[in-house]
Each structure stands twice: as structure tokens, then as C-alpha cells.
Ligand binder design. Structure first.
Ligand code: FDA
Length: 303
């Protein structure tokens, strides 16, 4: 209900007002701010994954510019010794316009990260992208076995089978590194679980399969029941601390994040930054149960 209400209201809220609420989820607009935010998290014992905001571009010139921005970010973060890797969205390199061009740009970014023994995570976007992003990942994983990972979404009915289908890429030396999240896009019921309990059940089943297959899951959630379910699986499979990690989004549930860290688990925070913050942050606002009333008040509060 909150999500629906906020979706209806957001188009009428001035960007300046949306920024007031959004800035908690964004590390800033510049590379320097992103690197500083990552260093601050590192100081708390948290690893990071830096993301340059932007997605679904309209022309391929933007893809070129986005690639250069990633190459610059990697250079800056490596120079600053940030303990972290990078995440990217293939549609910001033109995946839906020309998949070969997108592949070439992303390959260059992965190559750059690999030159620092680092890692690029391919975020998962909406369902028209799923096959394309898996195909892209497969190609890159074959060339850079230790430097690339993929996101999978527990709400998609196909995900369990996707994990099975990618098993041939798993090895002890370079395990498949999947971030599992619930999934954020609005998908039809024919392909996606819709109920909270169903999504959570499949989330834990997918994580269990990853443990059984000795893959490296990144458990990306702020949802306590899933985190507790994951703890049980860690116990059941006696998973060593360096064979999985938890992940959370910048600015979301810091107290829960601290409690996971204090129990000795590895934690990585997704650090988005950049000028194109609007799309990302409105998705976060829609997920925040406290936001509906705040935004409604803001609408009526001039200045
Ligand atoms: P859920 O939405 O049920 O939230 C559980 C609880 O967390 C809420 O009750 C609330 O207390 C708190 N909470 C959640 N969001 C909040 C917010 N914005 N503000 C305040 N409190 C909040 N999706 C995708 O489709 N593709 C991707 O590549 C990624 N990548 C990704 C990376 C990382 C590191 C994370 C953590 C998440 C993603 N996601 C994503 C987003 C993911 O699919 C999902 O939409 C969000 O994580 C919210 O789902 P939860 O599992 O937290 O549960």
C-alpha cells in the first residue's frame, strides 16, 4: 500500500525535496565522495561495492562516458586502497541497444578490475535483461574466472534453475560468486513470486543450493527472518567465514548491519553515487515503510 501511494506521489514532489530524503541512500555526486564514504565504511570493518548511478541509457555515447567513469572510479578507489569491489548495471552500457557494444565496454571494466586482482559484480535488472545478463556473465566468467560475479533475484521463478544451469562454471579455485537479493522490479505473477513468504522461502532455498554446491553467496537483504534463516544454514553446512558474505545497501538498517558484523560475519555495503541518483533513490524510498507519511507532509510543507 505504501509503495503504491509513494509511486503516485513521487512525480509531484520537487526533485529538491526528493533529494532531502534520498541523500541517506547515496554517497554523493562525485568520485571523491564515493571513495570517502567507502573509506569510512572500511574503518568500521565493512567492505564496499561502489556503483556509479545510471541505467537504461538512450544512446551509445552515454555508454562510452559511463565506461570512462567506471575506469576512473576504479583508478581512484585502488589508489586510495579501498577495501571493496564494484557493481554495474549492464543497461548503462547499452545492453538493450546493442549487446556486443555493452559487452565490449563491460569487458574493459572487468579487465581493469582484474589488473588490480579485483572484482566486478553485474547487477541484475528487470526480466527483459535476465537472459542477456546471464549470457554476458557466462562469457566474462569464462575469460576472468575470479573477477566477475552476478546478481540473482529470489522472486524470479527461474532462479533455482539458473543456479543449476551455471554450475559448470563453478570450481574450487574460482567459485561462482552470486549476490542473491529479493529483486526490486515489478514483474508479472507468471514469472515471479509475489507473496512475501514465498519470496523468503525461495531466497533461503537458493542460498541453501549455493552452500550445497560450494558456491560463494553474497546474502543481500535487510530482512531479519532471512538473515536468521541464513544463520541456520551456515550452522547446518558448517560454512567457513570466508566462503560467504552479507550485503546491505548504503544507508539502510545500519543497526542490523552492526549486529551481523558483531557476530563475526563479513559485511559489504553497496555504495551508489553519481548525478543520476533519482531512479535509484525513488526505488529505495518506496521500500522504506516510514517514507509515505514523511513525503506526504513534505508535499504540503512549502519551502
Ligand atoms: P524487504 O524489502 O522485505 O525489507 C526488509 C526490511 O528492511 C524492511 O521491513 C525495512 O525494515 C528494511 N528496509 C528495506 N529497505 C529499506 C529502505 N529503503 N529504507 C529503510 N528500511 C528499509 N535488486 C535487484 O533487482 N537487482 C540488483 O542487482 C540488486 N542489488 C542489490 C544489492 C544489495 C547489496 C542489496 C542489499 C539489495 C539489492 N537489490 C537488488 C534490492 C533488493 O532486490 C531488494 O529490493 C531490497 O534489498 C529490499 O529487500 P530486503 O531483502 O531488504 O527485504
Amino acid at each position: 500500500m505504501f509503495n503504491k501511494l509513494i509511486s503516485q506521489i513521487l512525480p509531484y514532489v520537487p526533485e529538491k525535496v526528493v533529494w532531502v530524503f534520498s541523500k541517506q541512500y547515496i554517497a554523493g555526486e562525485t568520485i571523491e565522495e564515493a571513495v570517502q564514504a567507502a573509506k569510512n565504511l572500511n574503518a568500521e570493518g565493512i567492505m564496499t561495492t561502489i556503483d556509479v548511478l545510471g541505467e537504461f541509457i538512450k544512446n551509445l555515447d552515454e555508454a562510452e562516458a559511463n565506461k570512462h567513469e567506471y575506469l576512473e572510479v576504479i583508478e581512484a578507489a585502488e589508489k586510495a586502497n579501498v577495501d571493496g569491489n564494484y557493481s554495474l548495471k549492464p543497461t548503462s552500457f547499452g545492453l538493450l541497444i546493442d549487446k556486443d557494444t555493452a559487452y565490449r565496454h563491460i569487458r574493459e571494466i572487468v579487465e581493469k578490475a582484474a589488473s588490480y586482482n579485483n572484482f566486478i559484480r553485474i547487477d541484475m535488472e528487470d526480466s527483459p535483461c535476465t537472459d542477456l545478463e546471464i549470457e554476458l556473465f557466462r562469457k566474462l566468467k569464462e575469460e576472468f574466472p575470479k573477477n566477475v560475479g552476478l546478481v540473482l533475484q529470489a522472486y524470479l521463478k527461474r532462479t533455482h534453475q539458473d543456479i543449476e544451469n551455471l554450475k559448470d562454471l563453478n570450481s574450487e579455485d574460482a567459485p561462482l560468486n552470486f549476490r542473491l537479493c529479493k529483486g526490486i522490479y515489478v514483474e508479472p505473477a507468471s514469472i515471479a513470486y509475489k507473496k512475501y513468504e514465498e519470496v523468503n522461502k525461495h531466497f533461503l532455498e537458493d542460498i541453501e543450493l549455493m552452500f550445497q554446491e560450494k558456491m560463494y553467496p553474497a546474502i543481500a537483504t535487510h530482512d531479519k527472518p532471512i538473515i536468521e534463516g541464513a544463520y541456520k544454514l551456515l550452522e547446518k553446512y558448517k560454512v567457513p567465514k570466508d566462503k560467504y558474505e552479507f550485503q546491505m545497501l548504503y544507508g539502510v538498517t545500519p543497526a542490523l548491519r552492526k549486529s551481523i558484523l558483531e557476530q563475526g560475519h563479513r559485511m559489504r555495503v553497496y555504495v551508489p553515487f553519481g548525478k543520476k541518483w533519482f531512479g535509484y533513490s525513488t526505488r529505495r524510498l518506496k521500500e522504506n515503510p516510514e517514507m509515505a507519511s514523511v513525503i506526504i507532509k513534505a508535499l504540503f510543507y512549502k519551502g
